[in-house]
Design a protein around this ligand. Structure first.
Ligand code: SF4
Length: 375
């Protein structure tokens, strides 16, 4: 098995106050009774995994509570959840503990309780700093809440703060995007993620594009926006270390690095994915069935697949190439993809030297195509 000792824990909280027009994640609209059922099933899921000793005594390198919008849950649910995790599995003083949050869903009191309970990294879905972009993607809240949330979280004790952004939104110009980047950089986050808008099947955005109410994303403009992000963020001291991720020195996301370096992770909550000891598996993407299965003292595992050594090596190559540093040539040789790699080098999608292999700027733009060729 390729995977190292490092292991992370991911928790999917499947609730949001409203569904954004582009979003295809598994989630439902937050309601108190549904969240209470989810919380008690989730605590049961932790107890069952602990009984089966799935982590084999290993220390958690990272804990990542994502979604959905985890801060849709009452704050005491989140602090209780983290206490139970820490009482169940070993952590260390360097364990990165991230909470995703909507800037309009947290108060200073919430943030203080969350920081005190042990969360040490907060990731706000900022998306844009232009009000008109919020209405075009159906996002609730006000853009000015992002600045307040960042200031309040710092006052509450968070020093590691990420902002998630999206570009190529309907009607967004290059200048709008540069303005967004510049107004967020002055807030001094430690990490910024920039995602190009993509159109997922069966979303409101996809339907509106089909009805010609909204224009599809303009690929040429998105390429200019990606270049602008790299430039503005480099000027502000951020290094791009993955296709969509930029960090100040020492602040690359330890949890996400596990995904790109063949690390292992256990996923909890409906639709969460896991990779443990060479086996991939998911949790059922349906809250009702998730609650019922756990109520019967069974783990709601679906889609369990044990990867062969060559499949593990192929995955390490495909995911590792997302990093700007690329992967050691050793991994590409072990993955036995020589013919495909020659094809990608010839097309200018990959570059290499004696030791390493990495995506070119063109390859980063077509990373999904590169992955398809390597699979
Ligand atoms: S807040 Fe995030 S998870 Fe929730 S609907 Fe919007 S994009 Fe999806």
């Amino acid at each position: 098995m390729i995977a190292s000792e490092a292991i992370g824990l991911y928790i999917h909280v499947p609730f949001c106050r409203r569904r954004c027009h582009f979003c295809a994640f598994y989630l439902e609209i937050a309601q108190a009774d549904r969240m209470a059922r989810f919380q008690s099933a989730l605590l049961q899921e932790i107890a069952l995994h602990a009984q089966q000793d799935v982590l084999n005594g290993r220390c958690l390198r990272s804990i990542y509570v994502g979604g959905g919008t985890p801060t849709s849950l009452p704050t005491e649910y989140l602090t209780t959840l983290l206490s139970l995790i820490q009482a169940t599995w070993p952590t260390s003083s360097t364990t990165e503990i991230t909470l995703e949050a909507h800037p309009s869903s947290v108060t200073f009191t919430d943030l203080t309780a969350l920081a005190k309970s042990g969360f040490n990294r907060i990731s706000f879905g900022a998306e844009s700093m232009k009000d008109q972009d919020f209405s075009s993607i159906g996002r609730y809240g006000r853009v000015r809440d992002t600045a307040t949330a960042v200031h309040e979280s710092r006052r509450a004790g968070f020093t590691n703060i990420n902002l998630d952004l999206m570009y190529g939104l309907p009607g967004q110009s290059l200048q709008d995007w540069i303005d967004t980047l510049e107004s967020l950089v002055v807030l001094e986050p430690t990490h910024i993620s920039c995602y190009a808008l993509t159109v997922e099947e069966d979303t409101r955005l996809a339907h509106e594009i089909a009805r010609k109410v909204v224009s599809p994303p303009d690929e040429t403009l998105q390429i200019e926006m990606e270049a602008a992000a790299e430039h503005v963020l480099a000027e502000a001291g951020f290094a791009r270390y993955e296709i969509s991720n930029y960090a100040k020195p020492e602040y690359a996301c330890r949890h996400n690095l596990l995904y790109w370096t063949g690390g292992e992770y256990l996923g909890l909550g409906p639709s969460a994915q896991s990779y443990v000891e060479g086996t991939r598996f998911g949790k059922i993407a349906d809250l009702e069935s998730y609650v019922e299965t756990l109520g019967n003292h069974h783990l709601p595992i679906v889609g369990q697949t044990t990867l062969s050594t060559s499949e593990q090596q192929r995955d390490a190559l495909v995911f590792g190439l997302r990093l700007l540093l690329g992967v050691p040539r050793l991994i590409s040789r072990a993955a036995a993809r020589d013919r495909q790699i020659d094809e990608l080098l010839a097309k200018g999608l990959l570059d290499s030297d004696h030791d390493r292999l990495w995506l070119t700027p063109l390859g980063r733009r077509y990373a999904d195509t590169v992955a398809e060729i390597l699979f």
